[in-house]
Each structure stands twice: as C-alpha cells, then as structure tokens.
Design a protein around this ligand. Structure first.
Ligand code: ADP
Length: 388
C-alpha cells in the first residue's frame, strides 16, 4: 500500500471550501495538523470556538474528502481551538459502520456559557473516579494504573480503567487489546472487558502509534467524551490513567472531572527533583484529595539472583509523603517481570497473581479502597488533605 503523505492530504483539503469565506480550508489557515500512519489520517482544524456548530458540515466535508483518497482506511477531522476560551468544541467518539471515529461537534447545550461554573464531569453509576498521575512521563504511571485497577478488581471491587493518557495510550499494549470498541446505537461505546475490568482508551480508536497532535482543549474534551459516551455501567471505582505531567491540560482534567482522589506515582529520583510535588500541588489547587504516593522502581530486584539494590536511593517517596502529610501507599521494585508482563498484555497482577509484586499492587489497591470507602467520606467529596 502506498504511503499517504501529508502533502497529498493537504492537496485534498485544498478542495474543501468554507462557504462562509469562499476560501479552501488550507488557504483559510484552518488546518493546524495532519498526521498519517498506515492508512489512518487525522486532521486538526483550528477554529474559533464560537463557530463550532456552524463549522460542523465543513469538518465532515474534510473527513469525507480525505476518506475518499485511495489507500485511506480511516479519516478523522477534529476541531480544536487555540484560543483559550472554554469550553472547547468537544470531540465526539462516534461509531459508524463498525469503525470508531473521533470527531467533534459544537457544545450542545443551547446558551451554554463559557464563564465560571462549567459542569463537573460526573459518571452516573460510578461511585468513585480516581486519577493516577505523575509529574513527568516514564515513571511507570500506566503500569501502576493497570495493576492498581487489577488489584482493586482482585479485592472484589468492580473496577473500570480509562486510559486518558491520550499522548501515549498504553492500554492496547498493556491489556493486549486489538479489537475496536463497539456501539449498539452509534452513540455510546461499549467498554472493552479485560481481566474483569471495563476499559476504554483512545488507543482502541486511533492506532496506538499514530502521532496525534493534541492541544489542551482537545485533551479535556476527548476525555470528557470517553467518560460520558462510554457505557461504564455500575462501578465502584473508575481508575483514570492521566496524561503525564502537570500542565494546563492535566489541570483542566483534574478540575473538570469529579474526582474522589488522586494517586501520584513517582520514582525515588523524581521525589528529589520535585516532579511529584508538582503533581501534589496541582491536585491541591483544585481541591482533589491526594490518596497517596506510590514509589515505583523503588529498588532493583535482580531477576537472576534476587539481590536487592537500592540504586535510586530508595525510600525518598516515603519520607517525602510523610513530610507532605500525604499517605504513602507502597513501593514497587524495578523488576523485569513487571515490564515484560505489562508490555506483553498480561499485567503481573493477573499473570502472576501469587507473586510478591502482585501482592504489593493488591496492598496498594487495598489502601486506596480503604480511603475511598471510609465512612466519614460519605461518598464524595473526601476530606481535604492539607499540605504544607
Ligand atoms: P508512564 O505511564 O509513566 O509513561 P509506563 O507505565 O508506560 O510509564 O512505564 C514505562 C516503562 O517502564 C514500561 O516499559 C514499563 O513496562 C516499565 N516499568 C514500569 N514500572 C516498572 C517496574 N516497576 N519495573 C520494571 N519496569 C517497569
């Protein structure tokens, strides 16, 4: 199959005319991003949020034009806005003809105001939504999120897992999911069930390694869709694997989603580098209780000899958690089995349930659940943990 180039897509988009201006979308400067991979094309259109509804036919026209190109398997056009005014046009995850497409529509509520009290995103039927966050990428946030969710499920708690790490969705790989989510009515997506978890990931919809360019407003609206338009059903806990870092997009998520609490994943060296502190500060800013810190890659356990080496100066997170008055949830060693199991679609909590690592995750899950179900919480919101 011939590779689809960005310039070929651009040429096709030059044939799509905005009737309001008479200009094609490229000439009008609306096309802010084109990503192609193995027959999948994603186009971002930068628009004025006030124009969202009016431009929907144009967005569809762009999608159709690209889809009609030879060798294109799927085409997605999303509207986004760099102009900060919230709320952004929200990408809708909609399904047609067995294929899921992520695309956008204008904010539906007539007269919806952009000022102040934007509704918090709540998921009916889900008792607690918790975020798993990290100050930066590569600390094992997703590995922790998956094994924590499986640890909750192993403790008999009905659990869902939402991969909100839309920059680098890892659930398809970590859970070995190859199929696309289905929809019975073309509106609501059915979560994909794996190992007793209900799961959803943007990676189920867009190819995992498609280089997607997401801007802040799109991140939160894509997540909003994955919370609202997925049939999560009744769940005790929905674990949300957040995008790494503590930028505006993450802050918006923390602010908009009705979170019962957050778990911060850190390695011993980040604690020293205060990345994790940034995570704490972010949740504090939006009054989301921090359920605690997990120290990942805490020490090295040699898979051959079982020797334990504290190469990163283990224990930093525990000390830091104590100092900040935040619970310490537990430590996970750096171990080859943790990597190979999660990278092959069989996370350690389910593939080696009797192992010490699985037990460590289950203990962390138990500590998280204890806080969530503590009687004084009365559901949500939880008591605020005060940090100095
Ligand atoms: P993040 O979500 O923070 O970017 P990931 O969970 O994707 O990080 O982990 C990054 C890599 O490190 C993955 O290959 C994962 O398998 C590996 N990894 C994470 N935690 C551990 C651990 N405790 N021991 C060994 N490998 C780990």
């Amino acid at each position: 199959m011939a590779e689809i180039t960005e310039s070929a897509v651009r040429r096709v988009l030059e044939t799509v005319i905005d009737p309001a201006t008479g200009k094609n979308v490229v000439a009008a400067g609306m096309v802010s991003g084109i990503a192609t991979r193995a027959g999948h094309v994603a186009v971002t259109l930068d628009v004025d949020p006030a124009q969202g509804a009016a431009l929907e036919p144009l967005r569809q026209a762009c999608e159709q034009a690209v889809r009609a190109m030879p060798d294109v398997l799927s085409a997605t056009a999303v509207m986004t806005s760099e102009r900060a005014a919230p709320p952004p046009p929200s990408p809708t995850v909609r399904v047609s003809g067995g294929h899921a497409h992520s695309h956008s529509h204008a904010p539906a509520a007539p007269g919806a105001k952009t000022t102040g009290g934007q509704g918090r995103i709540d998921v009916p039927g889900v008792k607690h939504i918790i975020a798993v966050a990290s100050g930066k990428g590569g600390v094992g946030k997703s590995t922790t999120a998956v094994n924590l969710a499986l640890g909750l499920a192993a403790n008999g708690i009905s659990t869902g897992l939402l991969d909100a790490d839309i920059y680098g969705p890892s659930m398809p790989r970590m859970l070995g999911v190859k199929e696309k989510p289905e929809s019975a009515d073309g509106k609501m997506l059915k979560p994909i069930e794996r190992y007793g978890l209900k799961t959803m990931s943007i990676g189920y919809i867009v190819a995992e390694d498609t280089p997607m360019i997401w801007r802040g407003p799109m991140v939160s609206s894509a997540l909003e869709q994955m919370l609202r338009d997925v049939l999560w059903g009744e769940l005790d806990v929905l674990v949300v694997d957040m995008p790494p870092g503590t930028g505006d997009a993450q802050l918006t998520l923390a602010q908009r989603v009705a979170l019962s609490g957050a778990v911060i994943v850190s390695t011993p060296q980040d604690i020293a580098l205060i990345d994790a502190r940034k995570g704490l500060a972010m949740f504090r800013k939006v009054a989301v209780p921090v359920l605690g810190i997990v120290e990942n890659m805490s020490y090295f356990l040699c898979p051959k000899c079982g020797e334990r080496a504290e190469i990163f100066g283990h224990g930093g997170a525990h000390e830091e958690a104590d100092k900040l008055g935040v619970p310490f949830l537990g430590e996970i060693p750096l171990h080859l089995d943790i990597r190979t199991t999660s990278d092959s679609g069989h996370p350690i909590v389910v593939s080696q349930p009797e192992s010490a690592h699985a037990q460590a995750y289950k203990n962390i899950a138990g500590r998280v659940w204890k806080q969530l179900s503590a009687p004084q919480r009365g559901g949500r919101p939880a008591p605020k943990i005060v940090m100095r």
